[in-house]
Design a protein around this ligand. Structure first.
Ligand SMILES: *Cc1c(COP(=O)(O)O)cnc(C)c1O
Length: 404
């Protein structure tokens, strides 16, 4: 009954999942700084800095740019519920579990939701969006830049074009992509853009950075009914700045410290350099995976999300057993499929601090051992060798056009 629960001693894992990613020691240190009250002038100044940092990472001048106190899913909820009112119609591009979550959340609002579906492992055809919205008054077109459940990236300009034709806002989920692949909120004309902290930003989970432009601010001010969520309503945040700050909810102060340091690290490295690092590491990973005789789930190389690589599980291997051995023997965590891809794919995340060449090489070597132990032949050292060649820049271009 009264047995003593031991001290907290988490294992030191290498997280090569689609989040959370590993964190730089600087972020842990920042999180252990003393708590300060959220109404303290020092905290308010600190939050201003966080906003400045977030604007630089999102590449926006938007006034309303801040971390929502919730995980990435809370970011979806905030983004979707604020513009929608009774009688509205919106379009959500669904090509996997996370983009579907946007549709599911929108369907809880009083608005009508049109789902435009794309096959798993592929992008949603902007032409289908155009057709679905034709002749209708569409409030927004929503999509995920990076669909984490399958490792698919979508280029934003075509959806922006369709949204313009429909007179609709563009809402983009960049939870799995911000700070890992190119994104420029202002240049790409995204009206509401949100992300998560635990992926390519490599901050602790639990916050959803979001940015909204003045068009969205105006639209929210013109609402006839209050937003269907008290917690995620942008209105108090919109009115708070420029005037006296008032209490709305207690923000996760220590997490925000961590986010601040993680954003500083992102900008010290530089966005371009960081995108380049993510790309280089994924290319080496892909070279290694293919040299081991494994296949990627996303067949079109142009559709592959740089931060999450989906690998088809080869026959004769058991999903759970492989991941278990990687965890037990190498302290290395990768993810399985979710939803319809469960048991069919592994998802290897190379995000933020986890995206390092040493991790790629370790993973390929570890996977080789696990596959051999579990009775599957792999050409000795082929994965690591191919990755090394990729880093040396002497490998053939990775699978470009090799498969359709
Ligand atoms: C991880 C993820 C989410 C959900 O984030 P949580 O922090 O788990 O709530 C939403 N969208 C995308 C694209 C994601 O990768």
């Amino acid at each position: 009954m009264n047995e003593i629960i031991g001290e907290l001693l988490p294992p030191a894992r290498l997280m090569m999942t689609p989040g959370p990613s590993c964190m730089d020691p600087r972020v842990y240190r920042a999180m252990s700084a003393p708590l300060v009250g959220h109404m303290d002038p020092w905290f308010i100044e600190m939050m201003n800095d966080v906003q400045v940092l977030l604007r630089r990472v999102f590449q926006t001048k938007n006034r309303v740019t801040y971390p929502v106190s919730a995980s990435g899913s809370g970011g979806i909820e905030a983004a979707v519920l604020n513009p929608l009112e009774e009688g509205d119609e919106c379009i959500v591009c669904v090509n996997g579990m996370f983009s579907e979550r946007m549709a599911v959340i929108a369907e809880r609002s009083p608005a009508k939701v049109i789902r435009v579906e794309g096959e798993l492992g592929r992008t949603v055809d902007p032409e289908d969006v155009r057709r679905a919205g034709k002749g209708k008054k569409i409030k927004f077109v929503g999509l995920a830049q990076g669909e984490t459940s399958t490792g698919v990236v979508q280029r934003l300009e075509n959806y922006r074009k369709v949204a313009d034709e429909l007179g609709a806002l563009l809402i983009v989920d960049t939870v799995a992509s911000l700070a890992g692949i190119p994104l420029n909120v202002d240049r790409e004309g995204i009206d509401i853009c949100f992300s998560g902290t635990q992926k390519a930003i490599s901050a602790p989970p639990g916050m959803a950075p979001i940015t909204i432009n003045s068009r969205v601010e105006d639209l929210i001010r013109a609402r006839k009914t209050p937003v269907e969520s008290w917690y995620f309503d942008f209105t108090p945040i919109m009115t708070m700045w420029g005037s006296e700050r008032t209490y709305h909810h207690t923000p996760p102060v220590s997490l925000i410290y961590g986010l601040r340091e993680a954003l500083r690290i992102v900008l010290e490295e530089g966005l371009e350099t960081r995108w380049e690092r993510h790309l280089r590491n994924q290319q080496a990973l892909i070279a290694g995976i293919e040299a081991m005789g494994l296949e990627l789930f996303v067949s079109n190389p142009a559709d592959r999300l740089v931060t999450v690589t989906a690998v088809k599980i080869p026959s004769g291997l058991e999903d759970g057993k492989v991941r278990q051995q990687l965890l037990n023997e190498f302290n290395l965590e990768i993810a399985g499929g979710i939803g319809k891809t469960k048991g069919k794919i592994w998802r290897v995340g190379l995000m933020g601090y986890s995206s390092q060449n040493t991790n790629v090489l370790l993973f390929l070597a570890a996977l080789e051992k696990v596959m051999l132990d579990q009775g599957r032949h792999v050409p000795a050292g082929a994965g690591v060798a191919a990755a090394i060649r990729s880093y040396q820049g002497t490998a053939q271009p990775v699978a470009v056009g090799a498969r359709k």
